[in-house]
Ligand binder design. Structure first.
Ligand code: NAP
Length: 715
């Protein structure tokens, strides 16, 4: 067996190396006619000095151009980003930055077809390109929508107030300011568009500019998109720059406030992360590295079940989409030992239907790797894995390619291994072949499946396909600490499932250990990575002024007209209405019980109160809330359009018949709303604090209600 593989290594590697050498020579002859892909730096498109790196069409292996960053002044680019882009972005509110991203996403979506043809040259099929192009644009849309989760300010107010004193005159809170640095994104070659957009969507939303460094071999596609972004003039100048060639040395220029994100191989990541400048300037470095993800078949999902079929479909898709060059692709297929053969046969059958070839030809399901260098790398890894496990489907030499020359383009067949002793033959837990390569591993018990999943030493994602909730619970709780994301798939969610391999903009992407220990995306969580959290302390009036949110104990303004008489712009935080009082009676309780149908014993039966905290029949909390509305509402038609909800509501003290209640009704926070249609009227949301108090002035109920209020300015 070993001898066979050694001769295979030589027979596969030799022609690849020859082709590589030929392509390089070919490059020398053609460089005069080739396109030079440019860098976007300091507000201009700049061709790098010298010849730079030759770029190839992954399908035909023809040269398509060159990329060089020689002559760029990285330090100048970074300070330009901080001073020009950062200054403009930091002045914008979250709402303005969100609308800017929405405009960008709409623009890119309207011209999305432009990118597909060029994307084919990276070896991508239509589906692969869809993930890259439309998945990337979708990320911008998703981040734009997050503006609703932030205040109408350039900075964020984080969490709740912290009470720090007995009498409430000294409190604490947290604000989060955009970092005054630049986000430097160093990306992998596999998703030249998505890789950029999923990251810049987040830093731009936070108010931080970016410099993007795509992997050189596929930078031509990133360049095309950056040109469209720059031409659209939607982003403020200085908020996005691009380095198409090498970025060696760039980390030596980081300053406090910068953020570096890296996506790529663990070895490059570790080398960059160990740069002392990062430590000296306390710069955060987020690493997304290679990951030996797994998919687990539950013991219940035997052949014949819907879940077994789902598993086979999902694994085949994850092996072949983007020719397996996905950081989330399934590398290890963990199955009960009794069904190993069934899995092997079913997967082999599906893989055999994967037509490999030129993605522009109808019916082709899997394109090529990103280039011949990648083909050499994947081949070497396959041969390494083959030292300890057996190939049960696919071949490095014998496979068909449709519409292209198999020996020129970076094509490879899906390769399925079987490892019959996965606890002792451990290469599959250590070696990542970044292509359509995966290994079946048998397990005896669910504990063994968990152990095998954990042997990847930290992964971006794993999935378990089961319809048994006990198995799901045991697996997820056992495996979660070593995984960034876990998909539990069964028939009930399969139609709408986004799948094992798709990181979602609102969920965290990243994983512990080998996967780099980073975290990105994740909705609001991701945006916070680009903000500096600062604790602030002082009197509630001071903290109200800083947070633009009314803090209990802060000054209240009771002068002037009722707040319901004021338009959005006229309402100031702290404006307060002190209402009339109301005497709560037994009749109120009986009538409210009749009207609502809520006849809970504590409201209705005075003989049932033994062993409860109540001493008499207690008024319904919802009666107190309703009566409070009766007290604070100014009923005549005015700028207040509607009440659309309650954010939080607490009943803090029982109210008994004979007690009197009143309301302190205070403007707490204002959120301006954008117009969706031209004929819509201008309005905003005003949150009011409803503080209901008793005869002793003590709060019995505290709630925040949301009202929609018309603006004075309807232009
Ligand atoms: P790579 O060789 O590590 O390169 C990654 C990036 O680092 C490229 O842009 C590269 O630029 C740049 N780079 C290399 N040396 C540098 C230096 N000294 N200074 C600044 N930048 C430098 O990885 P790759 O081959 O592009 O990507 C494949 C790997 O990425 C796989 O292992 C895969 O698992 C991993 N990956 C992980 C994720 C994830 O989210 N976890 C996603 C995608 C891919 P040049 O191209 O100019 O060398």
């Amino acid at each position: 067996m070993r001898g066979f593989w050694i001769s295979t290594i030589e027979s596969v590697q030799a022609p690849l190396r020859i082709w590589s050498a030929i392509f390089s020579m070919f490059g020398l002859f053609n460089h005069l006619t080739m396109r030079n892909y440019e860098n976007y730096a300091l507000g201009s498109w700049i061709k790098g000095d010298g010849e730079g790196t030759t770029l190839f069409n992954a399908i035909t292996a023809k040269e398509i151009g060159r990329a060089s960053s020689k002559g760029l002044d990285f330090s100048e680019m970074m300070s330009y980003a901080r001073k020009v882009g950062g200054t403009k972005l930091r002045k914008m509110t979250f709402q303005e930055r969100g609308l800017m991203l929405k405009a960008l996403a709409l623009h890119l979506h309207s011209i999305k077809n432009k990118f597909y043809a060029l994307s084919t040259q990276t070896g991508a099929t239509k589906v692969d390109s869809w993930i890259d192009i439309e998945g990337g644009i979708g990320n911008i849309f998703a981040n734009a929508s997050l503006r609703k989760n932030f205040p109408d300010l350039p900075y964020h107010v984080d969490g709740d107030m912290a009470p720090l004193s007995k009498n409430g005159t000294f409190i604490g809170h947290h604000i989060m300011m955009p970092r005054e640095g630049v986000a430097l994104h160093i990306n992998a070659f596999n998703f030249p568009i998505w890789g950029m957009l999923e990251k810049i969507a987040v830093n731009l939303m936070a108010g931080v500019p970016a410099i993007v460094k795509p992997a050189t071999i596929t930078c031509f596609l990133t360049e095309m998109m950056v040109r469209e972004i720059v031409d659209s003039k939607i982003l403020p100048e200085g908020s996005l720059q691009l380095i198409c060639g090498s970025a060696r040395g760039i980390i030596d220029n980081v300053e406090t406030g910068d953020i570096v994100t890296f996506t790529g191989s663990a070895s490059t990541g570790m080398m960059l992360k160990s740069n002392p400048r990062l430590i000296e300037k306390a710069v955060s470095f987020n690493m997304e590295a290679d990951s030996l993800n797994c998919s687990v078949l539950g013991e219940d999902a035997i052949p014949g079940t819907a879940e077994f079929d789902l598993f086979i479909k999902e694994v085949q898709r994850e092996m072949t989409v983007k020719a397996g060059q996905k950081c989330t692709a399934v590398r290890r297929i963990i199955v009960p030992e009794k069904v190993v053969e069934d899995v092997q046969i079913a997967l082999g059958k599906r893989l055999s239907k994967t037509t490999i070839g030129d993605p522009s030809i109808d019916g082709v399901r899997m394109g090529s790797l990103a280039g011949n260098e990648q083909k050499i790398e994947v081949t070497e890894k396959v041969l390494q894995l083959a030292q300890s496990q057996e190939i049960v489907y696919g071949s490095l030499k014998e496979f068909e390619v449709t519409g292209a020359d198999k020996n020129k383009g970076a094509f490879i067949s899906p390769i399925l291994f079987l490892n019959d002793d996965p606890f002792n033959k451990t290469d599959c837990h250590n070696v990542e072949a970044f292509g359509p390569v995966s290994t079946i591993l048998p397990y005896k018990t669910i504990d063994e499946a968990i152990e095998l999943a954990r042997m990847g030493k930290g992964s971006l994602v794993c999935s378990i396909i089961t319809n048994d909730m006990k198995i799901a619970e045991q697996f997820v709780l056992g495996a979660a600490s070593m995984h960034g994301r876990i998909l539990v798939l069964n028939e009930a969610c399969s139609k709408e499932s986004t799948g094992h391999g798709s990181p979602m903009p609102l969920l965290t992407h990243g994983g512990p250990g080998r996967a780099g220990g980073g975290e990105e995306m994740g909705g609001v969580r991701g945006i916070k990575h680009y903000l500096q959290r600062t604790a602030i302390q002082g009197h509630p009036t001071t903290i109200s002024a800083l947070t633009k949110q009314y803090q209990v104990g802060g000054a209240q303004n009771t002068e002037g007209p009722h707040v319901f008489r004021k338009h959005f712009e006229e309402i100031e935080i702290g404006d307060t209405v002190i209402t009339d009082k109301h005497l709560v009676t037994l009749d109120n309780i009986n009538e409210f019980a009749e009207l609502s149908g809520d006849k809970f014993y504590a409201h209705m039966d005075e003989n049932s109160l033994d062993g409860t905290i109540f001493t008499e029949r207690v008024a319904h909390g919802y009666f107190i809330m309703s009566k409070a509305a009766g007290l604070f509402v100014d009923p005549a038609k005015g700028p207040v359009l509607l009440n659309y909800g309650i954010d939080e509501c607490r009943f803090t003290k029982p109210v008994y018949p004979g007690m009197t209640i009143g309301v302190r009704f205070t403007a707490k926070e204002k959120i301006s709303q954008e117009k969706r249609e031209d004929d819509e009227f201008s309005k905003g949301i005003v949150k009011f604090l409803v503080d209901v108090y008793d005869d002793e002035g003590e709060t019995v109920m505290l709630a925040t209600i949301l009202t929609m209020v018309r603006k004075l300015d309807q232009s």
